[in-house]
Design a protein. Structure first.
Length: 134
């Protein structure tokens, strides 16, 4: 893992949360994107080398909807940038970590993603992110 790629924050309503984070971070939301496979709409903010992703559920079946229902709004995951998601997934599996995906899938912001089970990471959901070549 190279560096933290972004922090994912679960929210109930992007219409309320985007202006709040624009004011808080003093920067505009640079991108919104729907990820149908995850049943979410995302909104991204960039400040210096840091990136924040807000996530709003589009369905009650969304992991984000379930998270917000159980825990309320807040930090959902920490995403790490990787050079080779396949080899990183294999390394983690060999070291005994449970992955929530057998294969990487397309995520927001032009990334391949995979999640690591929070029960194996002291309660923190981790996301692996690899930039998709253009």
């Amino acid at each position: 893992m190279e560096h933290i790629e972004h922090l994912g924050i679960a929210v109930r309503d992007l219409k309320l949360s985007i202006p709040l984070y624009e004011k808080l971070l003093n920067t505009p939301c640079y991108k919104q994107e729907e990820v149908e496979s995850e049943h979410v709409i995302t909104a991204f903010f960039q400040t210096a080398n840091n990136k924040i992703e807000l996530l709003q559920a589009t369905s009650s079946e969304s992991p984000i909807a379930k998270f917000v229902e159980r825990r309320g709004e807040g930090i959902h995951h920490v995403a790490y940038s990787v050079n080779d998601i396949y080899s990183e997934m294999e390394r983690l599996k060999n070291d005994g970590f449970r992955l929530l995906n057998e294969q990487p899938k397309r995520g927001a912001d032009n990334k391949l993603i995979c999640f690591v089970h929070p029960k194996d990471t002291s309660g923190v959901l981790l996301e692996l992110c690899q930039e998709i070549s253009k």
